[in-house]
Design a protein around this ligand. Structure first.
Ligand SMILES: [Zn+2]
Length: 354
């Protein structure tokens, strides 16, 4: 709860005072309003304390359960471009729209979605391997594994006899995409990148390309084990990468208060998608529902600055939704100038009771 209170606090610290130069603003003191029969009394100016008090655990729990039920109904996740994420987007859009206090729209954008699996057997022994995001599919059966020189960041690191074989490359110096490109250019039918520290690697090639070799990661210990085996003689592997890469339409949800100064806007955001591996209730369900609850309570108050809430899509694939939004905003200098501050909320809940 402390963290959710912090959400409100941070929002209000900027929403309450005028963010512009103040000229011509803040003159509406409410006098003269609400005196006639049947008129609504003027709303109080938003304050951090009162808005924090409006954010209830009950509401947050209800929103979290909603996101979980969306994931449960859609294969256990809310990953970008999936039915689970589209339902999340619709729920946020409809919930915020129903208040009547926001101008709301869904902003579509298209990006490449990728997922897949990897299997590896070295000299007949199964070794855990993890597909790199955006790796192409490929199969190599009984293919020799050839270590490359240095860290595989230049073409010269790849021996001529890697052609038709699997390149074994250590992590470091250049990105995974560069290593995969070099392996493919050298004619390798696949590439294994082993870690340079303990633990597994969940990596990405950064983008889809026909010039990548199929690539998966293995641990440092497994990489060194294979190198030790190669010192004794040729090592062969069965290596398979099955991947799916396809264009998917995804959505940002943007909601701006009807009230407030639209030339001096406070922007508040969180990403609405989860990873494929889970429902994403903390990452970033917590941020999404945290700012949603602030947005639902904010209309009780008078505000000086307009507040724009953004729920970004495809964050887990490289902040794609927010980048798309920023690219559109940057096309218009006047629109960019209206944004006075941005606050981002990613994983604001806690696993611990406090
Ligand atoms: Zn996140």
């Amino acid at each position: 709860m402390k963290n959710f209170a912090t959400v409100s606090l941070a929002v209000l610290a900027l929403a309450s005072p005028a963010l512009g130069d103040g000229k011509g603003k803040g003159k509406e003191d409410g006098k003269g309003k609400g005196k006639g029969g049947g008129h609504t009394p003027p709303k109080p100016l938003v304050s951090s304390k009162t808005l924090q008090a409006d954010v209830s655990l009950k509401a947050l729990r209800s929103h979290a359960e909603k996101l979980q039920s969306i994931a449960t109904a859609n294969g256990g996740n809310r990953v970008f471009g999936s039915a689970g994420h589209n339902s999340t987007v619709d729920w946020i859009y409809n919930t915020i729209k129903a208040t009547g206090h926001y101008n709301v729209y869904k902003q579509p954008f298209t990006e490449i979605y990728s997922e897949g699996s990897s299997s590896l057997s070295v000299n007949g022994e199964d070794i855990n391997s993890i597909i790199m995001t955006y790796s192409p599919s490929g199969t190599a059966t009984g293919a020799e594994i050839v270590p490359v020189s240095n860290l595989g960041c230049t073409a010269a690191d790849y021996p001529a006899d890697v052609a038709g074989k699997i390149a074994l490359i250590k992590r470091g110096e250049c990105n995974f995409g560069a290593k995969s490109l070099n392996a493919h250019a050298a004619g390798a039918v696949g590439a294994l990148i082993y870690n340079n520290i303990e633990g597994t690697i969940t990596g990405t090639l950064g983008e889809a390309s026909d010039d990548f070799a199929p690539v998966s990661s293995i641990t440092l210990a497994d990489g060194e084990k294979i190198i030790a085996l190669i010192a004794e003689g040729p090592v062969t592997a069965d290596f398979a990468v099955h991947s799916l890469s396809e264009e998917r339409v995804n959505y940002n949800v943007i909601a701006e208060t009807k009230e407030g100064d639209h030339d001096n806007v406070l922007v508040v955001g969180a990403h609405s998608d989860s990873v494929k591996a889970g429902a994403g209730i903390n990452d970033d369900g917590s941020g999404s529902i945290g700012i949603l609850e602030v947005a639902l309570n904010l209309p009780k108050y008078k505000i000086n600055n307009a507040v724009r809430f953004g729920w970004w899509g495809a964050e887990e694939f490289g902040k794609l939704g927010s980048y798309y939004y920023v690219r559109q905003i940057n096309q218009t200098e006047s629109e960019l100038a209206k944004m006075r501050a941005y606050l981002n909320f990613d994983m604001v809940s806690s696993f611990y009771l406090i």
